[in-house]
Write a protein that binds this ligand. Structure first.
Ligand code: ATP
Ligand code: MG
Length: 355
């Protein structure tokens, strides 16, 4: 029996409610498919920050290093500035473990109200792959002559051949595992005349190596319009750090509840642990009420299963989510029901046994 060591950071707010739900479902899938887990909890959070002045200990990364994966809930709390949870925990983990692929599935399920009119379940099913380590989010630049007429600001973007190639390769490899085998590149080479033509050039070079994968590319402005007007066009969409950031929020938004969307921060070479977390935050407005939708966390767990090499178990969890969403069973209020986190979790566990 395969045993996986998982570091668990439930974090703040509803993170503490949906993480146990996620574990329960992944355990159920493990029992069915012969996978064993060892879960180790870390209390790293804004709560810890309030007590100690640190989100995580100084040797936090060393503590996480021996684990196969990190299962994260949400960090953030009113009164603690966002940059504290970001720079005190999320970014050190993402960068420290070179989790250069940020992956978000976008799928329309039956039983979920889609904000786009006339869309049928199954019609929208794609992935956004975001470069997570370089690009537009760089510290290079500065400000001069502040407060004078001559004031100016420079912000540089850094695109390395290695960094661009590895995210493009990840996207093409992913497309190969899918039925449609199609990659869309987000660009803006008409306006951004150095980095984006380079991105296009590397995209064209990568495409040469994947004759079985079809491609297209769009400027980011029209691409966002197509996400809304033609979401059925897409299979795997790859973008730089900034463009991917925008698309990976827009994608889940066009298919309904934020409570459902999962994400992976992935180190594809498995040189370091990858991290799986729902797209949503700690949701202070509903924390402690037992009504948070656990599906974003559960689906993140399915992505973790897949990354750990258990595709069959991952598919079973996603099928269970689909069955529960489509059925007449319990739903949390964000899905239009009046059930709680526990009810929905129990329904998914039952569905996993049968999926
Ligand atoms: P962050 O700053 O961490 O990105 P945020 O504060 O922008 O997060 P969330 O914490 O995700 O946003 O909450 C946004 C809204 O979505 C809130 O009204 C919250 O209650 C709701 N929400 C988020 N996650 C869930 C969930 N799992 N179930 C139900 N509602 C949710
Ligand atoms: Mg917030």
């Amino acid at each position: 029996m395969a045993t996986h060591k998982i570091a668990v950071i439930a974090g703040d707010g509803i993170g503490k409610e949906v993480v146990p739900a996620g574990i329960e479902v992944i355990e159920a899938a493990g029992r069915r498919f012969g996978i064993d887990f060892q879960w180790t909890a870390f209390d790293w959070s804004c709560e810890r920050f309030a007590k100690t002045g640190e989100m995580m200990p100084k040797d936090g990364l060393d503590q996480l290093r021996p684990f196969d994966s990190i299962f994260l809930g949400a960090v953030g709390w009113p009164g603690v500035p966002d940059h504290v949870s970001l720079w005190g925990l999320l970014i050190p983990i993402r960068r420290g473990f070179d989790q250069y692929a940020n992956v978000r599935p976008v799928r329309l399920f039956e039983g979920v109200q889609c904000p786009l009119a006339g869309r049928k379940p199954g019609e929208i099913d794609f992935y956004v792959v975001r470069e997570n380590t370089e690009g537009e989010y760089s510290a290079a630049g500065g400000r001069m002559f502040e407060g004078t007429d001559r004031e100016f600001v420079v912000q540089e973007a850094v695109f390395t051949r290695q960094g661009v190639d590895r995210i493009l390769k990840y996207a093409f490899d992913m497309a190969r595992t899918r039925q449609r085998k199609h990659v869309t590149s987000a660009t803006k080479s008409n306006g951004i005349i150095h980095t984006m033509p380079f991105w296009d050039e590397r995209f064209a070079a990568m495409k040469e190596r994947y004759s079985d994968v079809t491609t297209d590319q769009f400027h980011i402005d029209i691409l966002t319009a197509h996400f809304v007007r033609n979401p059925h066009w897409f299979d795997v969409v790859v973008g730089s750090n900034l463009f991917g950031d925008i698309l990976s929020d827009l994608g889940p938004a066009v298919v309904g509840s934020i409570g459902i969307a999962p994400s992976g921060n992935i180190n594809p070479e498995r040189a370091h642990p990858s991290m799986f977390e729902p797209v949503h935050g700690s949701a202070p407005d509903i924390a402690g009420k037992g009504i948070a939708n656990p599906i974003g966390q559960v689906w993140s767990g399915a992505m973790m299963l897949e990354h750990l090499g258990h595709k069959e178990a991952a598919d079973a969890v996603v099928r269970a989510i689909a069955v529960v969403l489509a059925g007449g069973g319990p739903k949390t209020p964000d899905l239009g029901g009046n059930g709680g986190t526990r009810d929905l979790t129990r329904a998914i566990v039952e569905a996993v046994k049968a999926a």
